[in-house]
Design a binder for this molecule. Structure first.
Ligand SMILES: Nc1ncnc2c1ncn2[C@@H]1O[C@H](COP(=O)(O)OP(=O)(O)OP(=O)(O)O)[C@@H](O)[C@H]1O
Length: 217
């Protein structure tokens, strides 16, 4: 990771369906109003990318296919964060840290993790070496049952059949591994309760406060 970069990159992390993509444009807007430097959004192209949809459906239907989808989005994430213009700050929907969290879930679920699970884990770590410094993670934490219900109410076809137990596992993995990952990569972790959603204005102020602390450090 680049330790000398001149811009901020804030990653919004959290469970499937917690409310990341709904929050992001509002948060970027509020942050740009509070800061001298404009904030740009980097979002997951979920609904407009047919290959994403195809792999997501396979991911949902067959746990043994999860890694194909995961590798695809890891590559996309690494690509979209190359050569960012330092004239902006960035807010990103999920970072490579998400991939480490989901990879831990793969390992937890596998009866006997095999070479491809471990290769994937190492590949994410390799990609993180060329990834911009993630200044802070905003972890939208929610009751996993609530995330599950939000995912169902959003009604994305390719996700139909995702078991509640998987959403629970992803919640557990975020709670356990995000603090370790942030510590390892020198990233500030801001955890906010998103079970009943939250206020984008208040969150933007918290993010600006974190950025000021990081600048002072
Ligand atoms: N602040 C909010 N108020 C009301 N409903 C919301 C709010 N945020 C999200 N939702 C609803 O919750 C559901 C999930 O939200 P969203 O799609 O933003 O989640 P997500 O975290 O981006 O999911 P994924 O990671 O799976 O893409 C959607 O139906 C959305 O309309």
């Amino acid at each position: 990771m680049n330790q000398t970069q001149d811009f901020k990159l804030i990653a919004i992390e959290g469970n499937i369906g917690v409310g990341k993509s709904t929050l992001l444009p509002k948060l970027a807007d509020r942050l740009s109003n509070l800061d001298d430097r404009p904030w740009r959004l980097i979002i997951e192209e979920v609904d407009t990318d047919p290959e994403f949809q195809r792999l997501l459906k396979a991911f949902t239907n067959d746990p043994s296919q999860r890694i194909n989808f995961q590798r695809y989005i890891t590559n996309k994430r690494a690509e979209t964060c190359q050569d960012l213009d330092p004239g902006f700050n960035y807010i990103i929907e999920r970072s490579l840290f998400s991939d480490l969290v989901f990879c831990q879930a793969n390992l937890a679920e596998a009866c006997r993790p095999d070479g491809k699970d471990l290769d994937y884990y190492y590949d994410i770590q390799d990609k993180l070496e060329d990834y911009p410094q993630v200044s802070a993670v905003v972890y939208l934490k929610s009751d996993p049952i609530v995330s599950y219900e939000r995912m169902l109410s959003r009604g994305r076809d390719a996700e139909v059949g995702t078991p509640q137990s998987y959403i629970q596992l992803i919640s557990d993995c975020h709670n356990t591994f995000l603090p370790h990952i942030c510590d390892k990569y020198n990233t500030h972790l801001l955890t906010v309760d998103w079970t009943h959603f939250g206020c984008p204005d208040g969150l933007a102020e918290q993010v600006i406060d974190v950025c000021q602390v990081l600048n002072a450090g």
